[in-house]
Write a protein that binds this ligand. Sequence first.
Ligand code: MRU
Length: 363
Amino acid sequence: MGDAPGNPLAGSNAFVGVAGFFTLRTVTWDDGRVRMIDQTALPNRFSYVVYTTPEQVASAIRTMVVRGAPAIGVAAAMGLALAARRSRATDLPGLVRDLEKSAAMLRSTRPTAVNLFWGIDRVLAKARASTSAKRAKEDVESEVKRMEDEDVATNRKLGGVGADLIRDGDTVLTQCNAGSLATVGYGTALGVIRAAVEQGKLVKVLVPETRPALQGARLTAFELARDGIPCTLIPDTAVGYMMSLGRVDRVVVGADRITRDGYVFNKIGTYQEAVLARRHGIPFHPAAPRSTFDLERAHDQVTIEERGAEEVVQIRGRRIAPKGVPVSNPAFDMTPPELVTSMITERGLVVPPFEETIAASMA
Ligand code: MRU
């Protein structure tokens, strides 16, 4: 892996696209190479990394160089496209076997976001349906390019659906980073906010720092500041107090997996936002594409990733807790359907009773 030379955007307006918004792609297929924004270095350094092997992509997912459910789905798919390029198999069954090996490695990186498995399965299905190894390699590459473009288009659509809920002058509380950086581009929860701003509304965003990996402070605040969307960073512990002061009009978060029974898995801290929102009569919405819905599983069949203790006992490399203290570090939590007002998707708003409406709208 290697950094792109310096920061091509330093001091420039290059983040800002036609609509005035952050339009750089978080992950992109570049003719046999996967290019990603290195999210571990943000907000202090903007750089790209370039990968040529599926092992490098798996490591990037595990170490959160790329993170966010839709982004890791597309990244894993591209990891498989790299495996296809590198395979020496001359017949289709041989190529599929090589892809399955890399798929197993990519599947083991992070367990909670269903998009990861969706991305891998989509590429495997494409390869299996091909007629020759040569043809399969071409098909896999066109499929990942299609997935990359589809992601941005889907988020724009979803953003438009959610934007209609936002009133001029609203303050929206989010969690983690469900923005451009968590997707190929535009974002899900932040896509809703971007679309509302595009409709001419003034929207303010309350951004919890999102301990321990600080995606709110490092990534969401970075994106919103770049786009000139007013935001205020708060400690995670201030969420309830802000609501009690009447400073939150609506909660919009992303999701890593929404099960067929309507449970929402998202970054740790989301559940407490949902509970507090109900206490204060504030609407709570997950925003997620079809690829985040898991129609095969119920909530008790999902694995919540447990990450390393070092994320909790250190802040960016500096120890803040005594040595040997026991640590629990669940990366995600689960919000039950009764706390959800409606779900924002590219297929429209999904409303209760979720067990029925998810099946009907996501079939
Ligand atoms: O651990 P992360 O940073 O991958 O977690 C990301 C989140 O929880 C996001 O809210 C979720 O993936 C939705 S992203 C559009």
